[in-house]
Structures are given as structure tokens and as C-alpha cells.
Design a protein around this ligand. Structure first.
Ligand SMILES: Nc1ncnc2c1ncn2[C@@H]1O[C@H](COP(=O)(O)OP(=O)(O)OP(=O)(O)O)[C@@H](O)[C@H]1O
Ligand SMILES: [Mg+2]
Length: 269
């Protein structure tokens, strides 16, 4: 087998005394489009933060293109091509869209492709071109997400990580963003996308991972037989509801509120 792009083995991590990630192991080949989903508070963002060096793992290994990265600083990890677009708004409100875009190709590895990457970003998100002079603090939620993803693309990633890019968006703008992410996934750019909307992920990703209580509890490989309804049934432990948008409900059981005895279990909530 050729070398995986990203390999994680036995990863434990948490905050203070609270363990969140519990023996996470997964392997992602180059050019993979990965979807990660699971209940709220069960460790998805924590896993992404460990991959991008924002959280130092307690134990285990993260290898990117054959090199251990779990002890590197976030800046070194970005220089190696792992680019994490975090959950929520992290733009500078007093910078304009144009100024923010010009920050995107600052990373050394991004400079050679700056023009092509900018063309791609403006093709995916034409609104950003229209709003070059506007302050980021006055953009709508959807426009902020477009700019955040655009900034990630400008960094010329070898692995682009998007954490809940459509969170809290109205349906129309969410559809627009999902469509742009789908077109981005056709650019030979490896992706990890965390989303609550499993139906969107099944259409986007060529492999899916489900995280529960800080562990990967389900992997659907490429060509995996599970369809959306079956995944939802596994997710809820019962026949899935197929309500409008099929967006997963918020879970009442964040991992930090669970005792050790719940590790790896399914409380069925
Ligand atoms: N900085 C922090 N300090 C302490 N606990 C934290 C911190 N960040 C997250 N947690 C806790 O770690 C657990 C996992 O959180 P995480 O953000 O990884 O979940 P998530 O699966 O991404 O949830 P969501 O779907 O709501 O984004 C939660 O119980 C959360 O409260
Ligand atoms: Mg999260």
C-alpha cells in the first residue's frame, strides 16, 4: 500500500484532567475526501485541533506524509500543508475582504501558487470579489465562512480541514456553500470536513468516520455499502427519521460530562 497522507494511531488528548480523545486511530490516503460526523461535544473539533497542532496530544502518533507531526508547532504544521479552517468566526473584523485575502498567500509554501489559488477562490466564491473593500466585521455569516475557506485555499493546502463550515447558516446560503465545497473537492485537494449534515457528507466524501465519546466508532470506506439511511440508523441505534434537511440533532451528552464507564459505549441519547 502506498504511504497514507495522514495516519493517526492510538491518539489520546484532552483539556486539563479531562480526557476527550480515546485511542483515535485512522488512516487517510492521498487525495481522499473525508467526512467526520458525530454528536455534539464528542471530540471532533478536539481531533482537528490535535491534527493541526493547536492541542498537544497526551499519547499516540500523528504522521503526515511519512513525517511525525504531533510534536510540531502549529506554524510548522501549516508550512507542511495541513490547513485547518476552524469552527466559528476567526477573521479580523477591522480588515477588509481584500486585505484578508492578501494574507492568505503569506505562508512560504503558498507563494508560488498565489495567482492560481486566488483565481480558484474567486471562482468558487464570486461574492468575495464583489466585496473586496468591505470590512470583515460587517460580512454575513455565510460570507465570513466563504472568506475563511478561501483563506484556507490560498494557503495552498496539501490537506484542507473544514470544521462545520455551514453551522448556523440559513438554508439558501448553506446550499451555496455546500455547492462550493463540492466543487472544491473536485480540485484534487484532500479534505476533511466535519458536518452535522450526514446527507451532505455522503454526497461529498469518499470515506466517512463517525466519532462518539472520543473514539472512531464507525468507518465507511470508499464504495462502502452503507447509504445515508443506514448510517443514520446506526447513528441513532434505531431506524432513522428522515426529517427536513436530515440534519443531526444536538446531543445532550458532551463527552466531558460522561464518566469513564461510558467510554466507547452508546448511551443511545
Ligand atoms: N478549551 C477547552 N477546555 C476544556 N474543555 C473543552 C475545551 N474545548 C472543548 N472542550 C470539551 O471537550 C469536549 C469535546 O469538545 P469538541 O469541541 O471536540 O466536540 P465536538 O464534537 O467538536 O462538538 P460540536 O459538534 O458541538 O462542535 C466537550 O465536552 C467540550 O466541552
Ligand atoms: Mg466541533
Amino acid at each position: 500500500m502506498t504511504q497514507p497522507l495522514l495516519e493517526i494511531s492510538g491518539l489520546d488528548a484532552g483539556y486539563g484532567q479531562t480526557q476527550v480523545l480515546r485511542g483515535v486511530s485512522l488512516k487517510i490516503p492521498d487525495l481522499a475526501r473525508v467526512g467526520l460526523f458525530g454528536p455534539n461535544g464528542h471530540g471532533k473539533t478536539t481531533l482537528l485541533r490535535a491534527i493541526s497542532g493547536l492541542l498537544r496530544p497526551w499519547s499516540g502518533q500523528i504522521t503526515f506524509s511519512g513525517t511525525r507531526v504531533d510534536q510540531l508547532r502549529p506554524g510548522n504544521i501549516v508550512e507542511r500543508g495541513i490547513v485547518h479552517v476552524p469552527q466559528g468566526n476567526t477573521l479580523f473584523p477591522k480588515l477588509t475582504v481584500g486585505e484578508t485575502l492578501s494574507l492568505g498567500s503569506y505562508a512560504r509554501r503558498a507563494r508560488a501558487n498565489a495567482k492560481n489559488n486566488l483565481d480558484l477562490v474567486l471562482t468558487l466564491f464570486p461574492r468575495l470579489a464583489e466585496r473586496r473593500g468591505q470590512l470583515c466585521g460587517t460580512l454575513s455569516g455565510g460570507e465570513r465562512q466563504m472568506l475563511s475557506i478561501g483563506l484556507g485555499v490560498l494557503t495552498s493546502p496539501r490537506l484542507l480541514i473544514l470544521d462545520e463550515p455551514t453551522l448556523g447558516l440559513a438554508p439558501r446560503i448553506k446550499d451555496e456553500l455546500c455547492d462550493a465545497i463540492r466543487r472544491l473537492s473536485e480540485q484534487d485537494m484532500p479534505l476533511i470536513v466535519v458536518e452535522q449534515d450526514v446527507e451532505f457528507l455522503t454526497g461529498l466524501a469518499d470515506r466517512l468516520f463517525m466519532m462518539e465519546h472520543g473514539s472512531i466508532v464507525l468507518e465507511v470506506p470508499p464504495g462502502g455499502r452503507l447509504n445515508h439511511e443506514e448510517i443514520m440508523a446506526l447513528y441513532f441505534g434505531q431506524q432513522a427519521e428522515t426529517g427536513e434537511g436530515r440534519t443531526l440533532p444536538r446531543s445532550p451528552a458532551p463527552v466531558s460530562e460522561l464518566g469513564e464507564s461510558h467510554v466507547g459505549g452508546n448511551d443511545g441519547s
